[in-house]
Design a protein around this ligand. Sequence first.
Ligand code: FAD
Length: 366
Amino acid sequence: MEFNSADIQAFRDIWVFCEQREGKLSDTDFELISEGRKLADERGARLVGVVLGWNLGDEVRELGGYGADEVIVCDHPLLEVYTTDAYAKVLCDVVMEEKPEVLLIGASHIGRDLGPRCAARLHTGLTADCTHLDIDMGCYRKFLEESSTLDLAAVKMDMEDKNLKMTRPAFGGHLMATIICPRFRPCMSTVRPGVMKKAAYSAEMAERCEIRRVPVELSDGDLKTRVTEVVKAARKMVDLIGADIIVSVGRGISRDVEKGIALAEELAQILGGGVVGGSRAVIDAGWLSADHQIGQTGKTVHPRLYVALGISGAIQHKAGMQDSELIIAVDQNDGAPIFEVADYGICGDLFEVVPLMIEEIKGVQK
Ligand code: FAD
């Protein structure tokens, strides 16, 4: 099935699939709603959040506080816990019925499973792991106008069509690719948690948000799998995305891994209840668990303070931390690329520098 331009015109509004667990919306929902608000304003469209679950109450109104004009609620006992079959069926049903132009989904475990399934079923394109979304070509216009090597006819047409531009890292993070989906709808995109900034909450906007419950057609026959039990992880995962202060370690701790991590933990604590993160080298070596990884294939963070200890600053690491408010880097190689993004750089052996930092901070705090 291919859409013609009349079909495409029938699609309107910006939608965000909002994930809930036990009735609690996630921070990624609020980030995507905040970003969706900007897109909807640029497009002159409405912003709609879609929540699937069971016994959902007025808590979904919170989405309005971040910019949703409306929340569509699909409430059904078989949607109480996530299953691919049930969620994909119900989300696709409501999309086919209401025809949104754009559908954004968080790149959580659920989103990464649900997004591609829905895209295949809806016969449209999905750009995974986007780091930037735009409707207007403003940010690219100068580049396009100055480019002498490109035949810009198609691109310019797209500028007028106002397709969604979905940007994501490509070729191992060495290139940013901007992707459009001009011939199919909805344009689908998954966005990693922590990438988009959450807007300020407005109780007044939340009050104005409309809540609409739509009928759900779902039966046991639609489900190929059944969740018999949900077992929560016994170990508490580190909350890097919500952290204000992060001290990260890299392969530079290899001389004494235990001591390196202990120093990072102590520094994080003394700086005011920070948490420890790591580069992929550290995770691959098994020195920290995977939930600590920061970067392109780990988490994207923007804390108030990011301290990098013995991290060279590969492009894939920087992709996850360079938007931090203040960056301090300690590395013994004065040419390490981490210094390119650091506000303060200390060239030296971290095993000597970090104890001095801890001592100094303790002195100031006395
Ligand atoms: P190195 O690059 O080995 O750097 C170690 C640094 O420590 C050096 O600069 C060295 O000078 C310094 N050092 C050594 N000893 C000391 C000391 N005693 N005191 C002070 N400094 C010292 N990486 C990520 O981090 N996150 C990702 O999400 C990620 N995703 C990737 C995705 C793809 C597709 C690919 C191809 C790679 C990815 N990588 C990622 C890997 C990335 O390319 C780098 O290999 C990795 O970030 C290197 O980690 P590092 O900086 O800890 O190690």
